[in-house]
Design a protein around this ligand. Structure first.
Ligand code: MGD
Ligand code: MGD
Ligand code: SF4
Ligand code: MO
Length: 726
């Protein structure tokens, strides 16, 4: 008998059901034991009844109470008293902070217009309310610039949607039925732990698991095979697989005829992609490519778990679009456990959110949209750079001229994000944040790198302390989070902070006086799509989570029914042609390869290397980085380099190396390992700058440039020189 079940009969303990808020596909439901007398949470564990969580949290959130009660929690509003970035603050009252912020914002709006205010947020919490819920109301009412939330997945999402129509695919639980699983650009055991039991169940039935990744991750180690690939070259691999499949007649002609468009064009596009040609680009040997194509086309059911690692590249959108053609080509969608999964988010695409976000509060105004990946540019006083920071989704969208840039960003309001650590081109971001004339407000749990640059830091509650509803991207269960404990110190939910900011600005719309529970209850009640049938507020209160009203098992594309314009899987996409892309898959090389081709390298000098920086196991982006337990687990910021690449550079284990390019430089100790493919280096992320040598992280060398689609980020597409630091 576990202690968790003992809590159930302990009269001194309340058990509260909630859900993990983090940016992770698993969206685990949890239970928290709270000591009634003290109101203190004493334990947390995975909800035993949740079909995906299955009673287990990951090694990070297992320790959520340590994070919640950490001595470093921000407990009062803070006002800056030292230079920007120095982290010198003094506590102030909420009244003083709110009234000062209100008058500063009013003055900025009066002088520069409302677009001079920029919200900056991502998925510190994925909660619908504490994420962008009340904040969206506030910024809509204010008329602030919009933020395009492009930092993670947008290139891949666009590519996937052009082919299949929506980010739907294999249901996570159905991976158990697969007999071949390609884990493609994902580190499941780190970033999507709760998929693994289903992978293991499949293996018990004889499934083979192949990981395609530049790094031999812990997932690759645990798999049957690791296929090492050069970053950003996955599209070439997929084209060669198609070439082999079609040339050998291994495709599913009946499925192709019935449920796809553009097979002839696809066949023609793939024809030139011999395995030898793809081998030269990807580094995967030609015989292995051939064999992989055959194994993929002849094993049923064949599943692909594709993820974001392979799309943080210049050609990431097109690579995703290309790979997403594969399941239809071989008819994998016919089988339970066959197909592809990028994200389950598209299953929730019919969620009606306008009652939550209230875009009507814009009252006809159409503020500009800033691409969050270009925060450095957006914060500059240079109109050309500011214009470049405007969000441009597709090639056919006009690029604004400098004289259309709009007002400089004079106020930045950051919540649920830590851009000083996570955003690309860190030197540009820090320079922007250091601007004396920029008014910055940061809502946070901890004194992050970003908070150090704030004029005001406002203490926010954690998931243990507030209400929310979570929409997962790794499964089909909507989940309710109930607060388990009272707010720590004077912290407030984001929702309440934006409510009070609205009051400080003099906004009296009734939507700014609704309670959190009322907002969430109304959100649930506002759902009319059949997928939400049966999901009620009462049921969420009683059960904690509820599956979308979809068939069980859910095999979305057995008989086509793709949510594309044609209703078919689009090997040929007219929409892509209209948006300015090649309508049929092509290979789009990564930025690093392009630059390498243009770089003149002296004969006695080793060439530059591609650099990737996927997440460290014990961190969640930059969350958890400040907690000693997790820092100990990760050691220190470092650079993995292949023995061949180290040898030609005279680098010995533990040497500090300088990783540099035109954007900046960072000094990191080298770890020499064959767990990274030659020609590529890997710096695990995402460390805080203040815990990194010289206050600089690997994001010193990542570019602000956009991917081919969705204005997505290029974190894993940068070319660097690596040499022993002097
Ligand atoms: N523990 C932990 N879990 C997390 C996160 C975290 O930081 N820590 N972050 C969360 C977030 S925000 C996200 S977006 C997801 C991300 O989760 P994943 O999609 O799994 O993404 P990454 O870990 O960024 O990259 C996955 C793998 O892609 C590899 N990769 C890099 N470039 C390429 C390439 O060009 N081709 C191929 N085939 N592989 C490539 C990397 O080496 C890495 O092993 O995880 C979430 N879960
Ligand atoms: N080099 C490199 N850079 C990367 C990546 C990479 O792989 N390599 N990954 C990229 C990806 S995929 C992503 S998604 C981004 C993620 O970047 P971010 O979304 O900025 O994620 P975090 O770094 O986790 O920062 C989230 C912050 O929100 C705070 N927070 C959490 N909950 C709340 C809340 O309820 N209220 C308030 N006010 N604050 C809260 C946390 O304390 C934390 O500091 O980073 C990107 N940056
Ligand atoms: S971070 Fe992911 S795996 Fe860990 S508890 Fe949260 S949802 Fe689950
Ligand atoms: Mo992400």
């Amino acid at each position: 008998m576990t202690t968790h079940t003992q809590y159930r009969t302990d009269p001194a303990i309340d058990i509260i059901t909630g859900v993990c808020p983090h940016d992770c596909p698993d969206t685990c439901s949890w239970q928290v034991a709270v000591d009634r007398a003290s109101g203190r949470a004493v334990d947390i564990w995975g909800h035993p009844d949740h079909p995906v969580t299955q009673g287990r949290l990951c090694g990070k959130v297992d320790r959520y109470l340590e994070r919640t009660y950490h001595a470093g929690r921000l407990t009062t509003p803070l006002k800056r008293v030292g230079p920007k970035g120095s982290g010198q603050f003094e506590p102030v009252s909420w009244e003083q902070a709110l009234s000062d912020i209100g008058s500063r914002l009013q003055a900025i709006i009066a002088e520069h217009g409302a677009e001079a205010v920029l919200p900056y947020s991502y998925a510190g919490t994925m909660g619908l309310l504490q994420g962008d819920g009340m904040a969206a109301r506030f910024f809509h009412r204010l008329g602030a610039s919009h933020l395009a939330q492009t930092i993670c997945s947008e290139a891949g999402f666009e590519g996937y949607r052009y082919t299949i129509g929506a980010t739907e695919g294999i249901d996570t639980v159905d991976f158990a039925h697969a007999r071949l699983i390609l884990i493609w650009g994902s580190n499941t055991l780190t970033s999507n732990l709760h998929l693994w039991p289903f992978v293991q169940a499949a293996r018990k039935q004889g499934a083979r698991v192949i990981v395609i990744d530049p790094a031999r991750t812990r997932t690759a180690d645990a798999a049957d095979e690791w296929i090492a690939i050069r970053p950003g070259t996955d599209g070439a691999l997929a084209l060669a697989m198609m070439q082999v499949i079609v040339a050998e007649g291994l495709h599913d002609q009946a499925y192709v005829d019935a449920y796809t468009v553009g097979f002839a064009e696809l066949k023609a596009a793939a024809a030139a992609w011999t395995p030898a040609r793809a081998a030269a680009i990807t580094g995967v040997p030609a015989p292995r490519i051939e064999q992989l194509a055959r194994e993929y086309a002849t094993t049923r059911p064949a599943a692909i778990r594709i993820n974001y690692g392979m799309q943080r590249h210049y050609g990431g959108g097109m690579a995703m679009r290309t790979i997403t053609c594969l399941p239809a080509l071989i008819g994998a969608w016919r089988h339970r456990g066959g197909g592809i999964q990028l994200s389950a988010s598209g299953n929730f695409r019919h969620l009606e959110r306008s009652s939550l976000y209230r875009p009507d509060l814009l009252a006809g105004r159409t503020p500009r949209t800033i691409n969050m990946n270009r925060l450095g540019d957006a914060l500059s006083h240079d109109d050309a750079r500011l214009a470049r920071a405007h969000y441009r989704l597709r090639p056919v969208d006009p690029a604004p001229n400098p004289d259309q840039a709009g007002p400089p960003v004079m106020a930045l309001i950051v919540y649920n994000s830590n851009p000083a650590a996570v955003a690309p081109d860190q030197a540009a971001v820090h320079a922007g944040l250091a601007r004396e004339d920029l008014f910055t407000v940061v809502l946070e749990h901890f004194q992050t790198d970003t908070a150090d640059y704030a004029d005001y830091v406002l203490p926010a509650t954690t998931q243990l302390e507030h209400w929310d509803i979570l929409k997962p991207y790794g499964h089909l269960f909507l989940a309710l989070n109930r607060p388990a404990i009272a707010p720590v110190g004077q912290s407030l939910p984001n929702s309440e902070i934006f409510r009070r900011l609205a009051a400080a600005m003099g906004y009296d719309d009734p939507c700014f006086s609704e309670t959190d529970e009322a907002v969430l209850r109304d959100l649930v009640a506002a759902q009319t799509h059949p997928r939400f049938a049966g999901i009620t507020w009462e049921r969420l209160l009683a059960e904690g989570f509820a599956r979308l009203n979809l068939p069980e098992p859910y095999l979305p594309f057995v008989e086509g029914n793709f949510p594309t314009p044609s209703g078919k899987c689009e090997f040929y996409s007219q929409r892509m042609a209209d948006d300015g892309y090649p309508p049929v898959p092509v290979y789009t090389p990564p930025r690093w390869a392009d630059e390498l081709g243009k770089t003149a390298v002296a004969a006695d000098e080793p060439p530059p290397l591609a650099c990737i920086s996927p997440p460290a196991h014990s961190f969640l982006n930059s969350t958890f980085v400040n907690l000693a337990r997790f820092q100990r687990r990760e050691g220190q910021p470092l650079l993995q380099i292949h023995p061949q690449d180290a040898a030609v550079r005279g680098i010995c284990p533990g040497d500090v190396v300088e990783v540099a390019n035109e954007l900046g430089a960072v000094h990191l100790p080298a770890v020499i390992t064959d767990a990274i493919t030659p020609g590529t280096v890997l710096a695990p992320g995402v460390w805080w700058a203040k815990f990194s040598p010289g206050g600089r992280t690997i994001n010193q060398v990542t570019p602000q440039d956009e991917a081919d689609m969705g204005a997505g980020a290029l974190f894993y597409d940068t070319l660097v020189t690596v040499r022993r630091a002097r």
